[in-house]
Design a protein around this ligand. Structure first.
Ligand code: HEM
Length: 408
């Protein structure tokens, strides 16, 4: 198994990823790239190169163009974490790795579980989970780590409840999810993490096939059974994706959003006075912080002219959502944080086009319930460490704080 593709790129290319210099803002290199109006070719940390798109219009065009593939098994896919998993027990492709027409068919089978009507049914349980986590925070030691007590458990409990995964196993799946998302995790460890998650969910789904329960994975088994055969391995891959994407992203958004509010007390006060502004704040936090900005990677399957360059078939491209979300052509005064922004939902934090995040309305709901409860229950929350001393996930595919020491 090789970790690199043939690499003839000139040494002068900038290295990617570039680190954020402020936890809230995109790396400073993005602005001149965007102003140039052209795609930029960069060298990837593990070897190989990729193109970067930084203008909102180009990112949207690329993500909506079937000549760019999401299939991570294609050579030259621009991985930020070592090389693709290619071992014999490899993760079976799930929707995030599929192209049309298969992608649309498989996505359709699960999309209904994330409809607004379904999510409204989940709201009371989400509120209960958030209440319980704040009870635990307030009853425990002061100061405390908000990531460990609230930001990580809330989305983990929500996605476990929805899928029918026992929360008692959270340490098992959280550790493996983080290993998958961290760039320095060795290929063999990533392979083991994904195999273990896949095996765990395969067994769980097999048990649900025998004794169905009232949860998403049992419903998926029943639907498949009605139409003929049950693809347990395919469902296990879907479950791995939903479990990992469903807790790590939202957890980082909760952690980083809280830090942003604590670093901007005027905003904290404005939201406490006008709870109706929370929906606008959720949207603006998603745009401004763009925690999953590199999730939108593709590989060209034909030559395509875009952003002033010719991207050749077989070359990788990443639509940098954080750059697009700060594009002045898409947002007036883009570096200002404005919860009353017109067209505030037109951001790229959840991607764009056919692969746009399936869990986006669940994430919005969790963030809304979390922020409303935070402002009501702990209005005087403060940071218990200097912001410069916090550790951030510069080394992971989803950005956020590792810990958030708070006091009240
Ligand atoms: C704030 C939280 C979240 C952020 C920022 C986020 C971000 C994203 C982004 C940028 C994509 C597009 C990937 C691409 O274009 O290839 C995506 C796709 C996806 N997300 Fe999320 N996500 C979040 C929460 C969730 C949650 C809660 C779930 C699960 C319930 C979820 C499940 C998925 C799935 C299954 C896909 C793949 C969809 C497809 O390929 O058709 N995400 N997400």
């Amino acid at each position: 198994m090789t970790d690199t593709f043939p690499d003839t790129a000139p040494d002068s290319l900038a290295h990617f990823p570039m680190p954020r210099t402020s936890p809230f803002d995109p790396p400073p290199q993005y602005q001149p790239m965007r102003e140039s109006g052209r795609a930029v070719r960069v060298r990837l940390a593990w070897g190989g190169t990729t193109w970067l798109l930084t203008r909102s219009v180009d990112i949207r065009r690329m993500l909506n163009d079937a000549r760019f593939s999401s299939n991570r098994l294609r050579p030259s896919f621009p991985f930020l974490v070592s090389a693709p998993l290619t071992g014999p027990r490899t993760f079976k492709p799930s929707i995030i790795n599929m192209d049309p027409p298969e992608h649309g068919t498989v996505r359709h089978q699960v999309a209904g579980e994330y409809s607004l009507r379904r999510l409204e049914q989940m709201r009371p349980r989400i509120q209960e989970i958030v209440n319980e986590r704040f009870d635990a925070l307030l009853a425990g030691p002061n100061p405390a780590d908000l990531v460990a007590t609230v930001a990580l458990p809330v989305p983990s409990l929500v996605i476990c409840g929805q899928l029918g995964v026992p929360y008692a196993d959270h340490e098992f799946f959280q550790a493996r999810s983080l290993a998958l998302l961290r760039r320095q995790t060795a290929l063999s460890q990533r392979q083991r993490a994904v195999d273990e998650l896949q095996d765990y969910l395969y067994e769980l789904i097999t048990a649900k096939a025998r004794h169905p329960e009232d949860d998403l994975l049992s419903w998926q088994v029943s639907r498949q059974r009605e139409s003929g055969t049950v693809d347990v391995a395919g469902l296990a891959s879907l479950a791995v994706l939903l479990l990992v994407a469903g807790h790590e992203t939202t957890s980082n958004m909760i952690g980083l959003s809280t830090l942003f509010l604590l670093a901007n007390p005027h905003l904290h006060a404005e939201l406490a006075d006008t709870p109706t502004a929370i929906s606008g704040a959720v949207e603006e936090l998603l745009r401004y912080l763009s925690v999953a900005e590199v999730a939108t990677a593709r590989v060209a399957v034909e030559d395509v002219e875009i952003a002033g360059v010719l991207i050749r078939a077989g070359e990788g491209v990443i639509g940098l959502c954080h750059a697009g979300n700060r594009d002045p052509a898409a947002f007036t005064n883009p570096d200002a944080f404005d919860i009353h922004r017109a067209r505030g939902r037109q951001h790229l934090a959840f991607g764009f086009g056919p692969h746009q995040c399936i869990g986006q309305n669940l994430a919005r709901l969790e963030l809304h319930v979390y922020l409303t409860t935070l402002l009501r229950r702990v209005p005087h929350l403060r940071l218990a460490a200097a912001i410069e001393d916090l550790r951030f996930k510069h080394d992971a595919a989803v950005f956020g704080p590792y810990e958030l020491p708070v006091t009240w």
